[in-house]
Design a protein around this ligand. Sequence first.
Ligand SMILES: C[S@@+](CC[C@H](N)C(=O)[O-])C[C@H]1O[C@@H](n2cnc3c(N)ncnc32)[C@H](O)[C@@H]1O
Ligand code: SF4
Length: 363
Amino acid sequence: MFTVDEKYYQEFNGKVGQLFCYVTSKCNTDCVQCLYKPLKSYSLLRDEISKDDMLNLLVAYRKMGALKTTFMGGEPTLHKDLPEFIKKSKELGYKYVRIDTNGLFDESLLSNPDFKMLDEITFSLDDYDPQINDAIRGKNYFEKCVATINHAHELGYKMHLTCCIHNQLTKRDENGKLRLDSMIDFAESLHFETINFHTLFKANIPRDSWTGNIHTSISDYLELISEYFSNNEALSKRKIKIRLPQGFTTKEEFSEEPEYFGYCCAKQRDRALLFPDGTIKVCSLMIGSTFYVAYYDKDGIHYNDTPTNELLSHVDGASTPCTHQYKKNIYSPYLPLCVSFKPKQNELIWLEKLNWENRRITK
Ligand SMILES: C[S@@+](CC[C@H](N)C(=O)[O-])C[C@H]1O[C@@H](n2cnc3c(N)ncnc32)[C@H](O)[C@@H]1O
Ligand code: SF4
């Protein structure tokens, strides 16, 4: 029997809203910024989540209240049981099931009836210029990924795009237009419903050493944020929905609304990141580190009662800037915020389970 131990259950039951299932550590490309690199190399013994383990975990988390599940990795389409995982998730009553993919898969998968049960496919592209994209994500990536995107659109899939904000996107083109703005135009032209941006910073954490050298500087990002967050009108007129991490705030802004700006997925216990090596984490900044909150095996989920429990570094109940990025205060005078803090984002758990925008007082 697969059981959840008392301590994990007490902490996560009713709170955990979504799963990020890193179903495989394998990948068919090698992106410069990929935070998953260490898992690709050290998981020689267990490089994917087995079918039995994945099905047990889906059942256990659904019982604890999870509503949404994402299959990713590595490249999730390299896991032969992916269609079955999608089907099982829907049968169990997950409200929203999605994958994150590089789009390099054999397009016949798009016609698989179980795969078709997906609520959303999220593709990853980092630039509208094929040369810039392929220098980051691999040779011929752009052409193949865009072909898969067009095919998925023809078949009626709901599609989102993830784009990492690298140091070419914060620049302006010869007409003075912000390249990030052109990336949003490009995403609209491909019929994406949402563009979800990820930041790339050197955050003063271990993974800085393997996440390449295409990150943005804090000043470039602050300039971009001030343009976007102060010009909300231009954003709201767009057809495509935009999820943009705020990244930073000032001491004054934070102290006005600590309950809002202090969002932290670890303190909220709002997610579980499940890995092939058996570890379970909460915070994505811990990927590739030895810290984790629990582990699973064929018998169930077990709380990590050792000093490597990632939650020990957080002060529960306190509204603070991002615990990990704040440690050495390299962003002073700005305060770093949770990487998942994306004001007004159109995302199921943020809106329906956490109801986070309700905490906002000033705007
Ligand atoms: C790790 S990938 C796994 C799924 C799939 N292989 C893909 O590329 O979409 C999930 C997403 O994380 C993004 N990503 C990779 N490295 C990152 C980093 N260092 N910081 C932020 N996002 C990153 C990828 O670009 C991708 O959109
Ligand atoms: S496709 Fe995804 S998992 Fe593969 S290297 Fe790129 S970001 Fe990493």
